[in-house]
Design a binder for this molecule. Structure first.
Ligand code: PMP
Length: 287
């Protein structure tokens, strides 16, 4: 089945969707994005993603070509048109195509932003085999830019990090700056000590995960203890449990770091409980 995608106001078959070669997303990674998961044919935490998108756009002085209400309708229409029950909706907005290459931002009055959305069908997303066995990670240097709180499409180093992990025979990499873990290549990082959940505090050095915010809220409601502070990779190796969160992986156990088993080397009880709570609560609030 040909996927229906959305480009600048039109719903089109993916084979007919086109973007200019002068688009600043293509030439300069001058764009922002969001990924929203779909469970039971409904959007998980759309409000959180829309809010972060608005913040990313504001931080980069970029105009949104649509209102957030219109954006919700576009998401819903793509989910419907493509028959997505479990999967993802990818959204990207760039500073548009000024018709030539220039470092200076174009005038938004004459160069409208580009907007693209497409769905990814992922049957079994919530019941992934990896959530049962956990994932293995390695620590690598975090050499990304200083505004990781803005969700830009500059994903070359995260891609390289995933390749380093693949080459090392593991699933992902945790990024380390000044001795402390910032986050995963495409997820937020956590450790558990006893009943306490430890995760890096928000700042410009990590993406403010929408899943992170929801998981911490649900954990607080369940009377779990939370400590928002940086931790080292060595502290992580000695923790009782470790896990990551993202819109596509939800809550995913980490059972090995740099070849060292975390806790018993199997998904821990706190992590499993958080995954269950997160999926239950998110499904209930899905739109
Ligand atoms: N950190 C980074 C670097 C990411 O790319 C992502 C996923 N886009 C996250 C954290 C998790 O964010 P979210 O829970 O909003 O998907």
């Amino acid at each position: 089945m040909t996927r229906t995608v959305y480009v600048n106001g039109d719903y089109l078959p993916e084979t007919e969707a086109k973007i200019s070669i002068f688009d600043r997303g293509f030439l300069m990674a001058d764009g922002v994005y969001e990924v929203t998961s779909v469970l039971d044919g409904k959007l998980i935490d759309f409000g959180g993603h829309a809010k972060r998108l608005e913040r990313s756009l504001t931080e980069l002085d970029m105009a949104s070509p649509v209102t957030m209400d219109e954006l919700l309708e576009i998401h819903r229409e793509l989910v419907r048109a493509n028959g997505i029950v479990e999967g993802l909706v990818y959204l990207q907005i760039t500073r548009g195509a000024p018709g030539d290459r220039d470092f200076v931002f174009p005038d938004p009055a004459t160069t409208p932003s580009t907007i693209v959305l497409f769905t990814q069908n992922k049957p079994g997303l919530a019941d992934s085999p990896q959530s049962k066995v956990g994932m293995k990670v390695i620590g690598i240097d975090d050499i990304r830019w200083g505004r990781r709180d803005i969700k830009t499409v500059q994903l070359l180093y995260p891609s390289m990090g995933k390749m380093m992990a693949k080459k090392a025979g593991v699933d992902d990499a945790w990024l380390i700056e000044d001795g402390f873990v910032t986050e995963g290549t495409s997820n937020n990082a956590y450790i558990v000590k006893g009943n306490r959940i430890i995760t890096r505090n928000l700042g410009n050095d990590i993406l403010h995960g929408i899943t992170r915010a929801a998981v911490l809220r649900f954990a607080r409601e369940a009377q779990m203890e939370i400590e928002e502070r940086a931790f080292t990779i060595d502290e992580a190796k000695k923790a009782d449990e470790a896990f990551i969160t993202s819109a596509s992986a939800f809550v995913m156990p980490v059972v090995e770091i740099d070849g060292v088993a975390v806790g018993a080397g199997t998904p821990g009880a706190v992590t499993r409980r958080l995954r269950e709570i997160y999926l239950d609560e998110s499904r209930r609030a899905a739109v």
